[in-house]
Write a protein that binds this ligand. Structure first.
Ligand SMILES: Nc1ncnc2c1ncn2[C@@H]1O[C@H](COP(=O)(O)OP(=O)(O)OP(=O)(O)O)[C@@H](O)[C@H]1O
Ligand SMILES: [Mg+2]
Length: 351
């Protein structure tokens, strides 16, 4: 593997410049960051890839001439009608390799999001552990309580009093459902097998379509997605929790142009998941045109028992996050009114 190829393994963007400040080589990450293909990046003046920035232009010039050793700056990269903030490190290579300068560009915004999501996933795993232990402790006394209420009910002389034992029994049943949901993911060991992610998507689409007849489900699958090793039952559960949420929210507040859910699969390159850099990841994106995640829930949506629905237990997303974490993956989201995206990301080591 030569130096040029090994740059492709990096998550940060690398541009190699000649003496005139022209990009002669870019790595794979550069194509994602600048939203252009390698062909459209190579041959350009490096400075033209950024928003106008005289100090940055000076650094490129001096590094290519060999009069500046290295320098780090914050700059802007045009993204559609906006710009995104990046950190740019310019290093002079004169005398080292065949190139004049190396420019390393790291997307500050997306890195912050990933770091935050990762920290959140860890915090949630901790909370879940605590809740599972608690649920386990509640399970046995709950059974005893229900049994005793049943015995008492049989002995009661007055039927009117049975109303009270009825309340105890039905509330115990409600708690039992909660306790079962909290303890389930741990119940069975992971069952990994080579599976097709589109079969998982199809299972979930069929289940949700049967429950929510008016929602239009649109499939947008990447046919080049390889099979990979995972616990398909767990993935069905995780995806179902996400897609059902979208359908439930849109049933309560139907969008004017009719409820749509898009289930999209793609392969992403150079993704950081659970502190590990992966060359590629399978991404299942669930997009709905509903009202969006309520602002006050945005920071805590993955925490257990956080719900915005009257009948909700607030476990669906935290369980989904947990199930993905068991695969070394991650669940993240972005939401505004009319467009909510949940992304299930799973490491995919192509062989
Ligand atoms: N696609 C979405 N659009 C808008 N809000 C959403 C969406 N998905 C989730 N939410 C909000 O996040 C909350 C938490 O979701 P979560 O699945 O964890 O719990 P729940 O659906 O309330 O209950 P449960 O899944 O345990 O039955 C939901 O109650 C809802 O308010
Ligand atoms: Mg839910």
């Amino acid at each position: 593997m030569n130096t040029g190829d090994s740059y492709d393994l990096l998550a940060t963007t690398v541009l190699l410049l000649d003496r005139d400040g022209i990009v002669v080589r870019v790595n794979s990450a550069a194509q994602d960051l600048f939203g252009r293909s390698r062909r459209h990046l190579e041959g350009q003046m490096a400075i033209a890839l950024f928003d106008p920035d005289p100090p940055l232009a000076q650094s490129f010039l001096h590094a290519c001439e060999g009069t500046l050793e290295s320098c780090r700056q914050v700059a802007l990269v045009p993204k559609g009608s906006n710009s995104s903030e990046v950190s740019v490190t310019t290093v002079s290579l004169l005398g080292h390799e065949g190139w004049a300068a190396l420019v390393e560009v790291a997307d500050l915004e997306s890195r912050l999001v990933v770091d935050r999501t990762q920290r959140l996933a860890q915090a949630i795993a901790g909370q879940h552990e605590l809740l599972r232990n608690l649920a386990h402790e509640v399970k046995n006394p709950l059974g005893g309580l229900r049994g005793a209420a049943q015995l008492l009910e049989a002995e009661l002389p007055d039927d009117r009093l049975k109303e009270y034992t009825g309340v105890i029994i039905s509330e115990a049943d409600r708690l039992q459902v909660l306790v079962d949901r909290l303890t389930t993911p741990q119940a069975s060991p992971m069952q990994l097998s080579l599976m097709n992610i589109h079969e998982v998507c199809e299972r979930v689409c069929a289940l949700v379509q049967a429950e929510f007849k008016t929602v239009e489900i649109i499939r947008d699958y990447d046919a080049s997605m390889p099979e990979f090793s995972a616990d398909s039952a767990r993935l069905v559960q995780a995806l179902l929790n996400v897609v059902r949420n979208a359908a439930q929210v849109m049933q309560e507040e139907p969008p004017h142009d009719g409820p749509h859910i898009v289930v999209k699969t793609r392969i992403a390159r150079q993704v950081m998941l659970q502190h590990r850099q992966h060359r590629s990841a399978a991404v299942i994106t669930v997009i709905d045109n509903g009202p969006g995640v309520p602002t006050d829930l945005k920071d805590k949506i993955f925490h257990p028992l956080v719900t915005g629905r009257s009948g909700g237990t607030g476990l669906g997303l935290s369980l989904a996050q947990d199930l993905l974490a068991q695969h070394g993956g991650l669940l993240e989201f972005e939401s505004r009114a009319g467009h909510t995206e949940f992304r299930l990301m799973l490491p995919l080591e192509l062989t």
